[in-house]
Design a protein around this ligand. Sequence first.
Ligand SMILES: NC(=O)C1=CN([C@@H]2O[C@H](COP(=O)(O)OP(=O)(O)OC[C@H]3O[C@@H](n4cnc5c(N)ncnc54)[C@H](O)[C@@H]3O)[C@@H](O)[C@H]2O)C=CC1
Ligand SMILES: CC(C)CC(=O)C(=O)O
Length: 365
Amino acid sequence: MELFAKMVERDYEQVVVCQDKTSGLKAIIAIHDTTLGPALGGTRMWKYATEEEAIEDVLRLARGMTYKNAAAGLNLGGGKAVIIGDPRSDKNEEMFRAFGRYIQGLNGRYITAEDVGTTVEDMDMIHQETDYVTGISPAFGASGNPSPVTAYGVYVGMKAAAKEGFGSEDLAGKTIAVQGVGNVAYNLCKYLHKDGAELIVTDIHKPSVERAVADFGATAVDPTEIYSIKCDIFAPCALGGVINDDSLAKLKASVIAGAANNQLKEEKHGVRLQEMGIVYAPDYVINAGGVINVADELNGYNRDRAFKKVEGIYDNVARVFEIAKEENIPTFQAADRMAEQRIERVRYARGTFLQNEHHILSRKK
Ligand SMILES: NC(=O)C1=CN([C@@H]2O[C@H](COP(=O)(O)OP(=O)(O)OC[C@H]3O[C@@H](n4cnc5c(N)ncnc54)[C@H](O)[C@@H]3O)[C@@H](O)[C@H]2O)C=CC1
Ligand SMILES: CC(C)CC(=O)C(=O)O
């Protein structure tokens, strides 16, 4: 892989490769863009088949965070980290502490949080070595697990998408196919079940499916069947790349609204969704609840303030649909435009000279 070529193509600022032989840490931190502020994004722990796969994933996820944070109105840039390993068997305290020291070495350019495969306990271990970590235990006055808040944001964003697709935000009686019933989707299903939606669920981890069936009367289907199921809304809540040539040939849903990052395999699949008349709530707009919640820790965590901001996801998703219609572009492009315009406006606003401690004027004092 030509790493520099990839970084230049999508304008990444920095990629840091971290290893620690004793603990087995193999991690990559990618910082995409810090125009708006320090890069904030979670750490994913996953059994990547190859190093190349891990690099591809961290790069794509980091860029997604630049857009997510910008679109959500946060003064934060985009970054993400991956740890290569099996989250069920390869974790240890030394690994997260070693990782925390690498983050500390970046002196605030990157702030981490949870993602797939990492937990509040892992963040607490990182916190032993650095303050540049969020989503740590409420015992520290922090926000804890972001997943339930992400789920709430997806729920309100799904209502905005239902309004666009069906003319009403009411989810009662709607059949919703949920792919992956992990931390976010389990909490999402709670809201949907309470609203009277019919749930169809799948997961490669059987106990997660069984829990959703028991708790919400959901119908379980095989992971290979979820795309072809007859439903109103498809909610991708597992991993990325699931909107692709294969799934588009099978999808019956009129609306796609889910938590997963990087749902479109390629941009052409977002164009195809527009051609097919499927209402697509762009992933990084609808799933911003978690990062909005952890970002609030940077101000001294206030749950009410964080939830109020997460509720804004409804308007943000609706605004994306408006831009897409006004400009006759796919919704993913409308979301990109919204995020890019904010970054450019702030870049301009901050272009005027401001003295800082490294400037020659400061050294003269
Ligand atoms: N946790 C959070 O606050 C946020 C999560 N996200 C994204 O939402 C998605 C879900 O995140 P979490 O719920 O935290 O992760 P999780 O790991 O708790 O849940 C993901 C679930 O998907 C299942 N899964 C994996 N591959 C599958 C497949 N091919 N078919 C069916 N199920 C499959 C897993 O077994 C797991 O139960 C991820 O893409 C994550 O990046 C985005 C924003 C915030
Ligand atoms: C899980 C969040 C706290 C941050 C993040 O990495 C995301 O939104 O994808």
